[in-house]
Design a protein around this ligand. Structure first.
Ligand code: DP6
Length: 345
């Protein structure tokens, strides 16, 4: 395999190891974890820069990981493998466009990425995927980005990826600037602050949903409830932040379920409607509410798909798991605790 020999400057910064005659291998590996929003992101004010219409808050998930290796070299085209499968078409074009943001000169990239969680489960891998890619690609290109710059870069790939750069509980700032440099995620509190658990209830394996980008754009353009949805976010951000700081489960439950339902209500009111739920999703929403009446600490949240994520405490985890383990509406069950931010391998 050809190795690139690169001397001197990359992106205006001198590579420390680029002494005369040294061969620089432009390769790096990174790991990032998925995240689940407690106050949802649903809509962009700038589609090119992926600037959100409002802020959002999430928990990074331990165990739901993407590992990515990027190498730049003098090849004819970028190649990307996800779980050993070559990516082509639109998917590849999206990654190439993202790589253009850090690509040294005209070099091409070889990208290898694996997800630790079943892709068939329909769980979002774009957050962990673009966070790992942002870190690995920028490092391979010889850039030393600050955590904020990294989050801004990951955001360009997928909005929610901005939050996966950060560990524990993350806040992604809406930002004010038109260049997007102030729309990044940062840690509210580290993973160790609050031992919450997220029980992912997979309701079906099967056909793809309306991708979140499409769903949110369509909602923004056609839903009569979109403006009101945005108002809920602006109200919910401070409350969710306080609930996380104070480890107030009841308050977080109220805000988070409200944010999830308001987001879905806005999507359902779009024309034509965007309905992510199936019958099992609704059944499980009711089950979570029943379980709560029985005294278990739990609340649900749902993203751009039919799966239900149940947050609970470490004490009530076993009870919640037992309740859903063999439930007829649950195809598969995964448990995650708060995870760390993206890291180099
Ligand atoms: C419902 O981050 O996948 O999960 O920025 O277009 O890539 P793009 O969208 P994406 O949207 C996530 C939407 C959500 C809510 C959330 O994670 O905040």
């Amino acid at each position: 395999k050809n190795r690139v020999v690169f001397y001197g400057e990359v992106h205006g910064r001198t590579l420390s190891c680029a002494g005369l005659g040294d061969e620089v291998v432009m390769r790096a590996s990174a790991l990032a974890r998925s995240n689940i929003a407690l106050v949802k992101y649903w809509g962009k004010r700038d589609a090119t820069l992926n600037l959100p219409a409002a802020g959002s808050i999430s928990m990074t998930l331990d165990g739901l990981e993407t590992r990515t290796t990027v190498e730049f070299g003098p090849w004819e085209r970028d190649s990307v493998f996800i779980n050993d499968e070559a990516l082509e078409g639109k998917g590849l074009a999206k990654i190439s466009k993202f790589l253009d943001l850090v690509r040294p000169g005209t070099l091409c990239a070889d990208v290898r990425s694996t997800n630790s969680f079943p892709t068939a489960a329909g769980l979002a891998s774009s957050a962990s995927g673009f966070a790992a890619l942002a870190l690995a690609a920028s490092q391979a290109a010889g850039l030393e980005l600050t955590p904020q710059e990294l989050s801004v870069l990951a955001r360009r790939g997928s909005g929610s990826a901005a939050r996966s750069i950060v560990g524990g509980f993350a806040i992604w700032h809406e930002g004010q600037k038109s260049d997007g440099t102030d729309s990044f995620a940062e840690e509210l509190v580290p993973a160790e602050h609050w031992d919450l658990r997220c029980v992912v209830l997979v309701t079906r394996k099967g056909p793809k949903d309306v991708p979140s980008t499409e769903g949110m754009n369509h909602t923004m353009e056609t839903s009569p409830f979109y403006a009101e949805w945005l108002n809920t976010v602006r109200r919910d951000m401070d409350g969710a932040k306080e609930a996380v700081f104070e480890k107030d489960f009841v308050r977080l439950a109220e805000i988070s379920e409200g944010s999830c339902l308001a987001m879905h209500a806005s999507a359902m009111a779009a024309r034509p409607a965007v309905i992510y739920w199936n019958a099992r999703t609704l059944e499980l929403i009711h089950e979570v509410r029943r379980l709560r009446v029985q005294g278990k600490a739990c609340f649900f949240t749902i993203d751009a798909g039919p799966h239900v994520k149940v947050f609970t405490t470490a004490e009530d985890l076993d009870g919640v798991k037992a309740y859903f383990q063999d439930h007829p509406s649950v195809e598969d069950l995964l448990v995650a605790k708060p995870g760390q931010g993206a890291e180099l391998l």
